[in-house]
Design a protein around this ligand. Structure first.
Ligand code: ZN
Length: 215
């Protein structure tokens, strides 16, 4: 739990700095308002945020809430998967999927490098050349079809295809159904209806539930 919290914190930081065109390594974590360099005890996932009531220790400027939410999401999802499967093989895949979800949710855009990283992480779970070929053929078919009718974002197809490499057909159907239905519920609940809804966060939700309910 502590490790996944720290990784969640790292995911939030990397995403924040990339979308603000900052270096990932420098400067050290600091308050955006007064420049106060955060000490190690300001960086404990979840706990520091709660303890500081979401404000900078020095100037009381509000800390970006997304950091807290991403840490929480990372801890809850990885703990759930571990409890239900007693297996950690999906965890690296999940970390990268969280990163993509955050990117998609905040910017409605995901970088090619993070999709490639997700693809790479599938090697840790399984590699089956027959499956790769089948998925590639179906991917190309959907790619051409989508190019013409544009019914879903290209990155969403990329991520679902990568899921197809990792999971079996039943799980893939579960992921598709769960992500579509949670996305639909989200669309009904949000007040400001937009034409484009980031779909990768829902693929993430579908994937977590699907892994947890697998037999
Ligand atoms: Zn400050």
């Amino acid at each position: 739990m502590i490790v996944s919290g720290v990784i969640g914190s790292f995911i939030a930081l990397v995403e924040y700095r990339i979308s603000n065109n900052q270096s990932i390594v420098f400067p050290r974590s600091h308050c955006d308002n007064c420049g106060y360099i955060l000490k190690w005890f300001d960086l404990i996932p979840i706990i520091s945020y709660i303890f500081l009531l979401g404000k900078c220790r020095k100037c009381k400027f509000k800390i970006n809430r997304s950091f807290f939410l991403i840490e929480l999401l990372t801890i809850v999802s990885t703990t759930m998967i571990y409890i239900f499967t007693l297996n950690i093989k999906y965890i690296p895949f999940l970390f990268i999927l969280i990163f993509l979800s955050v990117q998609d949710f905040k910017n409605k855009f995901v970088s090619l490098s993070s999709i490639l990283l997700l693809l790479l992480s599938t090697l840790l779970i399984s590699f089956n050349i027959k499956k790769v070929i089948i998925v590639m053929v179906i991917y190309l078919f959907i790619f051409c079809f989508n190019n013409k009718f544009n019914f879903i974002g290209m990155a969403d197809i990329d991520v679902l295809s990568i899921c197809a490499l990792v999971f079996n057909i039943n799980q893939l159907i579960n992921i598709t159904l769960l992500s579509s239905s949670t996305c639909l519920i989200y669309f009904i609940l949000i007040k400001r209806k937009t034409k484009t809804i980031p779909f990768i966060p829902f693929i993430f939700i579908g994937t977590v539930i699907s892994i947890c309910i697998q037999k």
